[in-house]
Design a protein around this ligand. Structure first.
Ligand SMILES: Cc1ncc(COP(=O)(O)O)c(C=O)c1O
Length: 422
């Protein structure tokens, strides 16, 4: 038995499925997960000493590359001053100011500890501010694991083959309306909020049709509905100001996570002073957190945002993703594998299908044809770690140099040759 197999047996005894987040279990691709014990730059190493070029990158936080020296330094310095106080800190002001400076229309920020907390609270805030109960979401969009938002979720909800989740009472989703992506929904005055990933990245990358976000903005304005952009993936990755800057459409509330924590647990929600004034202690929408604004997480987040504080970083991220995406598309084409590699700026994914899906139904057809699992394993065996699920994006970082991308492409060429023969 290999060390990874041994760990997996042990893990399964004491942790459900052996993992602390379902997609890590390899259930949708089969096989044994590698147990990581070190990461640096674009690489992770498992306990057996295998090195992988990593495109998981913790599903988004690792945008500067693993163990970036500036972030490690910031974490070390902050941790020397104590782990958590339960009192406000200067670092919380600094990161909130940084978010407001980058995101046009965001005037106040509340820090939380995960993306799930951010979306869950944004929904509560929208309901509190409007006095309405219903919310609408798009199928295939993933907003974390809050009860009311699990219905028709992408990411892990999709690749575990469960629709929503057991344990969610009907009453918790009774006010959640699910509607197909890229079709203008019918909205009315009973709806508090429309929440969406402005660039969906949890059913693969399925971009909005041209002007779709603007149409949604107008439709929400017409009915007094709070438009929420869940930018937990796109925030500070698509551009300095995230997806709202990229697409030129401003929501009423933003949800952030991943990148803003520099690899430590942190999320945030933000909006205008008017709407954020409903949050306790200013208003009557309650939300709190023992570790909210944690000093080590805020230090890591500030360091990561500083690394990303110039347009050149975003140009570099996009060029890297383009090199990878174009290269993969060329390889699949040359070998005769039907595939599309959608990319928007620095974010990309792979669909083993001829044409680009434009909604969740199409994405599911493309994701469930078995090709992804074959490609995944062929890449992993050669030292490239893609996410172990067909709905996840690839997350190239600033540490993925041209050489690393070219090595990846060489390996992808071999993997493609292998799977076409099967
Ligand atoms: C778009 C989006 N929203 C919310 C979440 C939930 O964030 P977290 O896993 O930090 O709770 C995720 C996580 O992948 C996400 O991709």
């Amino acid at each position: 038995m290999s060390l990874n197999e041994d760990y997996f047996v042990r893990a399964n005894q004491v942790i459900p499925g052996g993992v602390n987040s379902p997609v890590r279990s390899f259930r949708s691709v089969g096989g044994t997960p590698y147990f990581v014990n070190r990461a640096e730059g674009p690489y992770v190493w498992d306990g057996e000493g295998n090195r992988y070029i990593d495109y998981v990158m913790s599903y988004g936080p690792g945008i500067a590359g693993h163990s970036h020296p500036q972030i490690i330094d910031a974490i070390q310095q902050a941790s020397g001053n104590g782990a958590t106080y339960g009192a406000p800190t200067l670092a919380e002001i600094t990161i909130a100011e940084e978010i407001c400076n980058r995101v046009k229309g965001a005037e106040m920020v509340r820090l939380v500890s995960s993306g799930t907390e951010a979306t869950m609270t944004a929904i509560r805030l929208a309901r509190g501010a409007t006095g309405r109960d219903k919310i609408m979401k798009f199928s295939g969009h993933y907003h974390g694991h809050a009860d009311s938002l699990l219905a028709a979720g992408g990411s892990g909800v999709a690749n575990q083959g469960i629709s929503g989740s057991a344990g969610v009472p009907k009453s918790a989703v009774a006010d959640t309306i699910v509607t197909p992506w890229n079709e203008l929904p019918e909205l009315d005055e009973s709806i508090a909020a429309l929440i969406l990933e402005p660039l969906p990245a949890n059913m693969g990358i399925v971009p909005p049709k041209s002007n779709f976000l603007l149409e949604l903005r107008k439709a929400c304005d017409a009915k007094g509905i709070v438009l929420i952009f869940d930018e937990v993936i796109t925030g500070f990755r698509l551009s300095k100001g995230g997806a709202s800057q990229w697409y030129g459409v401003q929501p009423d509330l933003w949800c952030f996570g991943k990148v803003i924590g520099g690899g430590l647990p942190m999320g945030a929600y933000a909006g205008s002073k008017r709407i954020m004034s409903n949050v306790a202690p200013l208003g009557d929408v309650y939300q709190a957190g023992t570790l909210s604004g944690n000093p080590i997480a805020t230090a890591a987040g500030i360091a990561q945002l500083q690394i990303l504080n110039n347009d050149a970083s975003y140009v570099a991220l996009t060029m890297t993703a383009k090199r990878l995406g174009d290269g993969l598309a060329n390889i699949f084409n040359a070998v005769g594998i039907e595939a599309t590699v959608p990319r928007v700026g620095p974010l990309l994914s792979i669909f083993f299908t001829k044409s680009q899906p434009s909604n969740f139904d199409q994405a599911q057809l493309a994701a469930e044809n078995g090709m992804y699992a074959k490609f995944f394993h062929s890449m992993l065996a050669r030292g490239v770690a893609l996410a172990p699920g067909p709905y996840e994006a690839l997350f190239p970082s600033l540490a993925h140099t041209n050489d690393v991308i070219d090595q990846t492409l060489e390996i992808a060429g071999q993997a493609a040759e292998e799977i076409i023969k099967e």
